[in-house]
Design a protein around this ligand. Structure first.
Ligand SMILES: [Zn+2]
Length: 356
């Protein structure tokens, strides 16, 4: 097996497993890769590689580390073939709780540029990113958002809500930070980064418009979004929904029985037809709500699973930023009585499933 081919093969495998299981893989398959194991294992990295650009020389690429998928996706599109983007947290990972491993530290330290979402989304990584930022370029892509664009919920001590990507227009304005940072790093490619950002902005503008129309198609009295944690305030503000979260802003706080009872009252009184679960948050509180409403004679269904703090599976449409928001907008609109195309914004959505 040629070494280059072997490395691609091994990286493909390793991008889907953790470093620990890479080690396991080596032991169980050693008859197969014994000859090239040492070389190949050097390519075994815990952070997921985004789709490797074709036709570019890896040695010339800007090595980027992005914390979450929503950031990695934008960076990859703007950087194109000139960037090699690794993503620290994969699908289903809760960034509020994420702690860096030793392998992650190596990834962060060996990147040319690090991009985070910021506003304390990556709570437990914040100190690390700050320290790394003293030695190499580290950018929070929300850092230039004007204060009036940010939401600071009650009880947060004035700290802004970090879930900005839920407002597609606000997230689009974060593109500037990526474009400028990459351009500063390789000035000769600035025009190319600028050119790459144009179709991205156009697409996101169209998706935002689709979101406005989709949510507006829900009957006014049904425009209430009950979800697991408070990740959807920007979503509600941008598209016109009243948002109620079962947990506090961070998934680290537990919802009390009293809160559950208050919400059951709300579901019954407002005749809410559907509530939503989230891909990166346990569902037990939502199930408690359903049981509570049922005991009072009001049937509520789970309207679907929304992507809150992580995108869908890698390699799927929902594993892109556009697919993630399309899924959320289409799922919410459909479950609350709006009229939206089955395939969503551009006909690419997997069938939106509703649970009985
Ligand atoms: Zn969150």
């Amino acid at each position: 097996m040629p070494v280059a081919l072997g490395i691609i093969f091994m990286q493909t495998l390793c991008s889907t497993v953790t470093s620990a299981s890479c080690w396991h893989f080596r032991l169980s398959q050693r008859q197969f890769i014994a000859v090239v194991a040492l070389i190949l294992l050097s390519g075994c990295q815990p952070a997921a590689d985004r789709a490797s650009p074709v036709g570019s020389d890896p040695a010339q690429q800007i090595k980027v580390l992005a914390t979450v998928g929503m950031v990695a996706d934008l960076v990859q599109q703007i950087g194109g073939e000139h960037t090699h983007v690794k993503q620290l947290m994969g699908p289903g990972v809760d960034p509020h709780l994420y702690k860096a491993t030793r392998d992650d530290m190596q990834q962060i330290m060996s990147a040319d540029i690090v991009f985070s979402s910021g506003l304390m989304l990556e709570g437990r990584l914040e100190d690390t990113l700050h320290k790394v930022g003293e030695k190499r370029p580290v950018f929070a892509i929300t850092s230039r958002l004007p204060p009036e664009m940010l939401l600071s919920p009650e009880g947060s001590g004035g700290h802004p809500d970090p879930h900005v990507w839920m407002d597609i227009a606000a997230w689009t304005s974060c593109i500037d930070v990526i474009e400028d940072s990459l351009s500063e790093h390789v000035a000769t490619l600035a025009d190319e980064f600028k050119a790459n950002a144009i179709p991205l902005r156009t697409q996101l503008r169209a998706l935002h418009e689709y979101g406005l129309a989709s949510i507006a198609s829900i009957p006014q009295s049904n425009r209430i979004l009950v979800t697991s944690h408070d990740a959807f305030s920007y979503f509600g503000r941008a598209y016109g929904l009243e948002v109620v979260g079962v947990q506090g802003l961070s998934t680290e706080s537990e919802a009390g029985l009293q809160r559950i009872n208050e919400l059951v009252d709300l579901l019954v009184e407002r005749k809410v037809a559907a509530v939503f679960v989230e891909s990166s948050v346990p569902q037990k509180n939502m199930l408690a709500l359903l049981d509570g409403a049922k005991s009072r004679g009001h049937a509520v269904k789970i309207g679907g699973e929304l992507f809150s703090d992580a995108m869908g599976a890698e390699g799927t449409y929902e594993g892109t930023y556009v697919g993630m928001l399309d899924h959320n907008l289409t799922t919410v609109a459909r479950a609350l009585g709006g009229s939206v195309p089955a395939g969503g914004f551009q006909g690419k959505l997997a069938a939106v499933k509703e649970r009985p």
